[in-house]
Design a binder for this molecule. Structure first.
Ligand SMILES: Nc1ncnc2c1ncn2[C@@H]1O[C@H](COP(=O)(O)OP(=O)(O)OP(=O)(O)O)[C@@H](O)[C@H]1O
Ligand SMILES: [Mg+2]
Length: 499
């Protein structure tokens, strides 16, 4: 506790129409340490950071950086004064190159002139080399996987040479090896004396890398403790304000007859080489595996969002093709993608529109107009079932917190009542309390006789919610375990089979 305080935020308040987002919040960050910021979805974490970074102006409170009171009016000003931030939402120029994205708005100049491409290339290379980031600076952003785009964003923030760096859920789209890479970068920044603010819903990450932890609830400060004095249970208790005894709801679903029979599924331009399996009525089937093992590709191939190179799919014994997502939806499939924010959100539309959009057919009245009453009811169901934190159904989805936006999209797919529901990392970015609600909804759907296939990189979640777990390795199905009796070690052994 002997490092000097680098940043002090005191009594920060911020109100949006109908929401008191921050109510006298305090935060002290010491030089050369990682300070974790935790709290449920909508607790105010991102808002607090946006007040620091000059994106929002605070209603009250003071911010002192290095002993000097500051009041940034824009993110540009924040960056120029030693505060950088990796945002929860990626906002990149997708049609431009990696290099352009890195230098956008601050092209290096010499004597007032923007430098040549050659020097820019050289500086980009220097930054990437120091951070050991292996992304081609000339690649067009949209051609890169989201995880690499995120690494570019991290490199960019670090390249400002800032004293304070904020990471707002940086790992939600990173692969496991990239997470380790980020932690090495963070370690390097610590050694340089930077203050790091780290926001995440992943407890193990927090306990591993942070020195101090501040917990917020409903826009208010709850506690600040050294990480070494905290346990996972204690953090959960402080976050949700009560004891959370069970992390998983009881499994009340009963798998019945086979509804889906998949043989030798193979992707054309993907890693997926061979997967055969069956899904039963009322079953929750998990898919485990390391990153790059072809987990996501199984779902995308089934849903027709990727070209297949072979294999058959039978639904109730009849062969189906699912050549496109449209055809898959007609056959009763739904897919919740891993990249929900990039692919699923209509930002300026309200929560209701975003909830009902995939289900419009079921609201038709006499084939002509839509039943507003039913749409309102269904949206209300989603808000209640998943505890979506919002002033009303009419609120624009983009003004919700990141996690609450995710919940709206999950609600959208649950409402389509699909026969086969495909979920890719359904609880990513969701807080612990709300995870339970989502597990409950998954089990309820299975109880109603639907089949659910769920990909997750969190093994406790697979073991806690699924009936059976398929394990992918190197693009092939390496084996299958019974979730009631399996252990994490068994899954890991299978996952390494073809690596
Ligand atoms: N621009 C905005 N307009 C209106 N309300 C907003 C706006 N930004 C945030 N809010 C509200 O402020 C509250 C805090 O949101 P914030 O994004 O800070 O939560 P968070 O702690 O980052 O949650 P998450 O873990 O889901 O990212 C939420 O109720 C949110 O709906
Ligand atoms: Mg947030």
């Amino acid at each position: 506790m002997d490092q000097p305080v680098l940043l002090e935020m005191k009594g920060i308040c911020k109100e949006f129409p109908g929401v008191k987002a921050l109510d006298h919040v305090d935060l002290k960050v010491r030089a050369g340490t990682v300070h974790a910021l935790m709290g449920e979805n909508g607790a105010g974490k991102s808002t607090l950071m946006k007040c620091l970074f000059g994106i929002y102006s605070r209603d009250a409170g003071t911010i002192t950086l290095d002993g000097r009171e500051i009041h940034f009016k824009s993110s540009k000003e924040a960056l120029e004064n030693g505060v950088a931030m990796v945002h929860q939402e990626l906002n990149q120029a997708l049609t431009r190159t990696v290099k352009d994205n890195l230098w956008l708005g601050r092209y290096p100049k010499v004597a007032g002139f923007v430098v040549s491409e050659r020097i820019m290339d050289q500086r980009t290379k220097e930054i990437f080399d120091t951070l050991e980031v292996s992304v081609d600076p000339k690649a067009v952003m949209s051609t890169l996987p989201v995880s690499q785009r995120q690494m570019v964003e991290i490199a960019k923030a670090v390249s400002y040479d800032a004293k304070i760096i904020v990471f707002d859920e940086p790992t939600s789209s990173l692969t496991e090896s990239e997470v380790e890479h980020l932690f090495r970068i963070i370690d390097m920044l610590k050694k340089k004396g930077c203050g790091i603010i780290y926001i995440s819903h992943k407890m193990d990450e927090i306990l591993r890398i942070s020195d101090d932890v501040t917990i917020m609830r409903d826009g208010a400060w709850v506690a600040t403790r050294p990480a070494s004095e905290l346990t996972m249970d204690e953090i959960i208790r402080l976050m949700v304000g009560r004891e959370l005894t069970n992390r998983f709801p009881p499994k009340e679903n009963e798998p019945g007859e086979v509804i889906l029979d998949v043989e030798h599924l193979k992707g054309r331009y993907t890693r997926l080489r061979d997967a055969s399996f069956q899904l039963r009525k009322g079953e929750v089937l998990g898919i485990a595996g390391l990153d790059g093992s072809g987990r996501t590709e199984v779902l995308e191939n089934l849903f027709g969002s990727m070209t297949r190179d072979g294999g058959t799919i039978r639904l109730h014994g009849t062969e189906i093709h699912n050549r496109s997502p449209r055809e898959a939806i007609r056959n009763g499939f739904a897919l919740l993608t891993e990249e929900r924010r990039a692919t699923g959100i209509f930002g300026i539309r309200d929560i209701k529109d975003n909830t009902v959009i995939s289900n419009l057919k079921s609201y038709l009245k006499g084939g002509i107009c839509l039943s507003d009453k039913k749409m309102t009811e269904d949206t209300e169901w989603a808000i209640q079932a998943m505890h979506i934190k919002t002033p009303s159904q009419k609120t624009q989805i983009r003004s919700l917190s990141g996690g609450n936006q995710q919940k709206v999209i999950i609600g959208r797919w649950l409402l389509t009542k699909p026969e086969v529901l495909l979920l890719d990392e359904p609880t990513r970015g969701i807080d612990v309390g709300a995870k339970y609600e989502i597990y409950q909804l998954i089990i309820d759907l299975a109880k109603e006789g639907k089949g659910v296939i769920m990909v997750s990189s969190e093994m406790p979640e697979l073991l806690g919610v699924c009936d059976r777990i398929l394990v992918m390795s190197g693009g092939c199905l390496a084996g299958e375990v019974d979730a009631k009796t399996a252990t994490q070690e068994q899954i890991l052994t299978l996952a390494a089979k073809y690596v």
